[in-house]
Design a protein around this ligand. Structure first.
Ligand code: MG
Length: 400
């Protein structure tokens, strides 16, 4: 490489295909990505999926996740999960399972870190309120919004809107899509991320895995946060088979934990529960992969979902979800904050709609003013929304 600068030298030493070594045939190989909507030269030292992950970590929607509610509002305590720590836990669980299945860990990490970027402030209460406000203008759904954030709303590059992520990352972010919308996209961008909904196919195995890691992560951390908040107790949780199994197992292995307070006992139960679920997914998925033996990621996309729990674990996990819904998400104390959160989002929407002068100049005006308004509100952190609501209505619904 006579005369080559340091970057060119690094590029010569970096062979993207070598980064895919060790991946199974059914994995997404970075060297075989379907690419970006705006073609770009390859990065000298990173694969395309590593580059996607880095773009996500540096974007402003990612930083805002730290002040967005998972279940408990940010001001309720410093130790509760936020959307940011939730996303990091999903990435951790996803990566560890991906490795055992020969899947692409970098892609799983990128999807995990981006999967909740479209969430409104105040969790599902915020989304429901915004969806109701947008009922006559196409509605609002956080999965679609996550893709909108990375495809359009981030403004960081001179030549395009969004982060210009690879197809495989965008495919993984778009967990759900209504068929009419998918058909519309498919007409506009044939073979794009809407195609699988039209064809009734699955996303990549990395996307399937991240989806399940999301579920495993929130079940486990909502138990932890629920007990920390005082809304759940170990006695209540022991009514759920999955929890009771590991409670009993933990006390057999560590009888002294019964006398040492609930915190250490709970941590050990959750650790065992997480491990059991992770191993169950790895074993079940590996068996399905060996049976179906998809020769490529496209072959895997055409098969029924291959990543999943065994039927026993699926039943146990569903029972835990039903318990959390009943005992935690519908708890009167959580519902009280949910009602206030809904009111903030609905008030903000109607005030901005009727008095557009209250919006900042750079809020992202477009030729679809209602959608731009939804984008603006969805992008808010909990505390920014609380502050704006106080400014515009004089009513304080939450402490800051
Ligand atoms: Mg999530």
């Amino acid at each position: 490489m006579d005369g080559a600068g340091p970057v060119e030298q690094r590029a010569a030493a970096f062979e993207p295909a070598s980064r895919d070594a060790g991946l199974a045939a059914w994995a997404c190989h970075a060297a075989a990505t379907r690419g970006r909507r705006c073609p770009e030269p390859a990065a000298p030292t990173r694969t395309d999926f590593q580059r996607d992950r880095d773009r996500i970590v540096h974007c402003s929607a990612f930083r805002r996740l730290v002040y967005k509610t998972q279940v408990f509002l940010n001001h309720e305590g410093d130790l509760f999960r936020t959307r940011l720590t939730h996303s990091l836990e999903v990435a951790q669980l996803g990566r560890s399972m991906a490795h055992s299945l020969g899947l692409n860990e970098d892609l799983v990490e990128a999807i995990a870190l981006a999967h909740d970027l479209g969430h409104t402030p105040f969790g599902h209460a915020g989304q429901d309120a915004l969806d109701a406000c947008m009922a006559h203008c196409g509605g609002f759904e956080h999965n679609l919004q996550s893709l909108r954030v990375v495809d359009r709303l981030e403004q960081r590059y001179p030549d395009w809107d969004g982060l210009n992520l690879c197809f495989e990352t965008r495919e993984g972010i778009l967990k759900r899509c209504p068929l009419p919308l998918a058909q519309q996209w498919e007409r506009r961008e044939p073979g794009g991320v809407g195609q699988r909904f039209v064809l009734g196919q699955q996303p990549s195995l990395e996307a399937q895995l991240t989806n399940l890691a999301d579920e495993i992560a929130y079940n486990a951390h909502d138990i932890d946060d629920g007990v920390r908040s005082g809304l759940l107790s170990l006695a209540m949780l022991r009514e759920v088979d999955l929890f009771e199994r590991f409670h009993a197992e933990t006390l057999v292995a560590h009888p002294d934990l019964a006398e040492r307070g609930d915190r250490r006992l709970l941590a050990e139960i959750i650790r065992r529960m997480l491990s059991a679920q992770v191993y169950d997914v790895i074993d079940t998925t590996r068996q399905r992969l060996l049976r179906e033996d998809p020769a490529s990621v496209d072959a895997a996309r055409a098969l029924p979902p291959l990543v999943g729990f065994s039927s026993d674990m699926k039943r146990a996990s569903a029972e835990m979800k039903r318990f959390l819904y009943r005992a935690l998400y519908r708890h009167p104390r959580v519902m009280a904050t949910t009602d206030a959160a809904r009111r903030i989002v609905a008030d903000l929407f109607s005030i901005y709609r009727d008095q557009p002068g209250e919006l900042p100049d750079d809020y992202g005006r477009s030729d679809d003013p209602m959608r731009s308004l939804a984008d603006y509100i969805a992008g808010m952190t909990d505390r920014f929304a609380i502050r704006e609501h106080l400014r515009l209505t004089g009513t304080r619904l939450f402490p800051e």
